[in-house]
Write a protein that binds this ligand. Structure first.
Ligand SMILES: *Cc1c(COP(=O)(O)O)cnc(C)c1O
Length: 719
């Protein structure tokens, strides 16, 4: 018999699997051990437990009466890990022995682990969490960036600077993968100019193992040179050469890593084109292992491939010139028995066009039979965009469908709102959150209760914002008076609008500021003022994005806007959570149709906030006239300037005529009843559709099962 586990053992085990991060009960235990350190340590339980050795933890648990809660949490976790009869057991059991392999360049799993930059990564993280909850046989592959994506610091002049924080693997819930003989596993990638070596980490996301490749191998071992050790330092850093080497590692290295641990995936899901080289390695291994010709191996690989494209923005599709491809893919080209131009043809729309560069998205389309965009509208746009790959088909017949993105409910739902759901929704609602029936009762909830829950979350956001602003003001050396003023910033009784995104120019973060006088009229209205919180990062190389950010930041420093319009730095999952849980309105004004889906607005819905959005991405199919607010009428103008001006006018008009009056129309109890009706309608009509359980179930039914060859089904799931 193994010795009895004490609470330190149990909490350490819990901290070793990211499952804790979407369990409010477990998170609460870590927080209560030491609320201040918990916050300072960026919610990293491994670091927290290091400061609390067994005796100290025992003492603390006694003071806080945590023993029974820790034991219950541990039991829940064991039940979760061993439960059978999950949705996946019933519907995806055939995938069992040979799982789906999900490849992504970034994963947004938790704020303590910065290997994501934005929506794509958060979506991938949410995908894994729902796959775990549903019990889908799935493994995931990514890269371990030890400096991750940058931490944003905004100086007084509003210009963004980037700080990179080196993450120590020992501080994170991951373990190095070994060979059966106990030695460390190594993956080798031959290029024309040398061999790149990588080690592999395993991180557990509930039931889903995530394998992360890492080239930062001990310098005393004569393997990687300096350049290669830094290959996985940063997400989306470096030049084209670094990018193709990272993608070589992710795609080809990823497949080799899986094979090395004994996993032969039946389905390969490429989340965005970054991992498209995976297909080439699978073709190669089929040729070697099964003795197939390139042609047959290619056809079989295609049949089991699933590709999700995520953006219509041209710069979002990696392109490499022939020499870079030859340097890195040359050795595999030899094994595939292909000529130089045959390989390049796999990444060219027109195989005969030798001047076309090699595009990862094209390669992904050519190595995966099933492909999809991430919203209904994005499906349509993608079929138009990539029709040239199937010139003999009409636009409607282009084999690209869509599966609309969704968010992982337990990750994004605020705890007080969850308690509220527990009271008003059917039992076990969280295990059936992709089912419309579950949310159908939401119309009957008492307006006061919903409003009070929302108001408490809004107050929490405002306190959080004040604290962040205080820290920012002190660091930037502002006057005592200005530091003091942060503590009366934002008023919970006034309408609060949030806007947080990457500062990619197409997202038009400054659209609402186009006419600053008009903006001032809204913000400074005595009777019905409007407040704004802005946040977001610009890619380090995006000067235009940084300028937009600077303009917004400087505006927040003007005395007329002070205390009413604020900028919070370093938008990450933690800040994101607070924002989506506390705002009244979430503003989204991309230039249609460039927002393929967008997911932050879906997080807002769950928490009772209302969307005010251009009819783009998910909102184009979500908005029903009453469950939020629309900007514009879905028209696109050929002239960008005209489109921007029209959308800006429409945004102002909707704010003035719909949003503001509705918010400030109160009954005798000071309740905005019509507003609350919209909140209810949003949760009821959208909660079940735009969540990650529904999304993963759609992937299983219309992509994974057909790609596994176990059921035939049409990828096209266009309503
Ligand atoms: C959800 C999320 C995103 C994605 O939001 P969009 O609506 O696609 O812009 C980006 N960053 C963070 C930190 C998020 O939590």
């Amino acid at each position: 018999m193994s010795p009895k586990k004490d609470i330190h053992d149990k909490l350490s085990e819990l901290a070793g699997n990211l499952w804790w991060s979407w369990q409010p009960d477990v998170t609460a235990i870590f927080r209560e051990i030491d609320p201040i350190r918990w916050s300072e340590l960026s919610h990293n339980p491994i670091l927290l437990l290091r400061e609390y050795p067994p005796e100290r933890l025992e003492e603390r648990a006694r003071e806080e009466m945590l023993h029974s809660r820790i034991n219950a949490a541990y039991r829940d976790w064991q039940d979760y890990m061993s439960s059978s009869n999950t949705w996946g057991d019933i519907h995806a059991g055939v995938l069992g022995f040979r799982p789906v392999a999900y490849f992504s360049a970034e994963f947004g799993l938790h704020e303590s682990f910065r290997i994501y930059s934005g929506g794509l990564g958060v979506l991938a993280g949410d995908h894994l969490k729902s796959a775990s909850d549903l019990g889908i046989p799935l493994v995931a592959v990514g890269l371990f960036y030890n400096e991750g994506y940058f931490k944003q610091v905004v100086k007084e002049d509003g210009w963004q600077s980037e700080e990179y924080i080196h993450a120590n693997p020992a501080d994170l819930p991951m373990n190095e993968v070994s060979n059966p003989d106990g030695s460390e596993l190594r993956i080798q990638l031959e290029t024309r100019t040398g061999v790149i070596h990588a080690k592999v980490w395993q991180m557990d996301v509930g039931r889903i193992p995530l394998y992360l490749l890492d080239t930062n191998i001990d310098e005393n071992i004569d393997e990687n040179n300096e350049e290669d050790r830094k290959l996985t330092s940063r997400l989306y850093g470096g030049d084209q050469r670094m990018r193709i080497r990272q993608e070589l590692l992710l795609g080809i290295g990823g497949v080799r890593a899986l094979n090395a641990v004994g996993i032969l995936p039946r389905v390969v899901h490429m989340n965005e084109g970054h991992s498209a080289f995976a297909g080439l390695e699978i073709i190669r291994s089929r040729m070697v292992n099964d003795g197939l010709s390139f042609h047959d191996a290619h056809r079989e690989t295609q049949a089991s491939g699933v590709f999700t494209t995520h953006t219509p923005v041209p710069a979002g599709h990696d392109r490499f010139d022939g020499e870079l491809v030859e340097e890195h893919l040359g050795p595999i080209r030899d094994s595939l028995g292909l000529e130089y131009n045959d390989l390049l043809a796999l990444g060219r729309v027109d195989p005969q066009n030798h001047s076309e560069s090699f595009c990862m998205t094209v390669l992904a389309f050519k190595t995966a039979r099933r492909a999809n965009g991430v919203s209904n509208l994005h499906g349509i746009v993608s079929r138009r965009m990539w029709q040239s790959l199937w010139p003999w088909r009409s636009e409607e017949e282009v084999p690209v469908g869509h599966i609309t993105n969704g968010v992982h409910v337990s990750t994004w739902l605020a705890q007080p709102m969850r308690v509220f759901y527990d009271r008003v929704l059917p039992e076990n609602w969280s295990r059936r959150s992709g089912d419309p029936i579950v949310f159908s009762k939401f119309d009957e909830v008492r307006p006061t209760e919903l409003w009070e829950t929302h108001q408490s979350l809004k107050s929490r956001l405002i306190l959080f914002a004040r604290h962040r602003l205080l820290v920012q003001a002190k660091r930037n050396g502002l006057s005592d008076e200005q530091i003091q003023a942060t503590q009366s910033t934002l008023d919970p009784q006034h309408l609060l609008i949030g806007f947080a995104r990457r500062f990619a120019p197409y997202k038009r973060a400054d659209l609402v500021l186009r006419d600053l006088e008009l903006f001032e009229q809204l913000v400074c209205d005595d009777d019905r003022p409007v407040q704004f919180i802005f946040a977001g990062k610009a890619h380090p190389a995006d000067e235009q994005g940084k300028q937009i950010m600077q303009r917004i930041f400087k505006m927040t420093q003007e005395s007329r806007f002070r205390g009413r319009v604020v900028f919070l730095e370093d938008y990450d999952m933690k800040l994101g959570r607070r924002l989506v849980q506390g705002v009244d309105v979430w503003l989204n004004n991309p230039r249609r149709p460039y927002e393929a889906s967008g997911t932050s607005g879906q997080k807002v819905v769950l928490n009772g906030g209302l969307n005010l959005s251009v009819l783009d991405g998910w909102w184009a199919e979500a908005y029903d006239g009453q469950n939020g607010f629309a900007i514009g009428d879905g028209q696109i103008h050929a002239n960008q300037e005209v489109q921007d001006q029209r959308d800006a006018d429409s945004l102002m008009e909707t704010l003035r005529k719909e949003v503001i009056p509705l918010y400030y129309t109160r009954n005798d109890d000071d309740l905005p009843l019509e507003w609350i009706n919209k909140m209810k309608r949003a949760v009821r009509t959208l909660g079940w559709r735009f969540n990650a359980d529904r999304m993963v179930m759609d992937y299983v039914k219309s992509a994974y099962l057909p790609a596994s060859g176990s059921e035939s089904c049409d990828m096209r799931i266009i309503p």
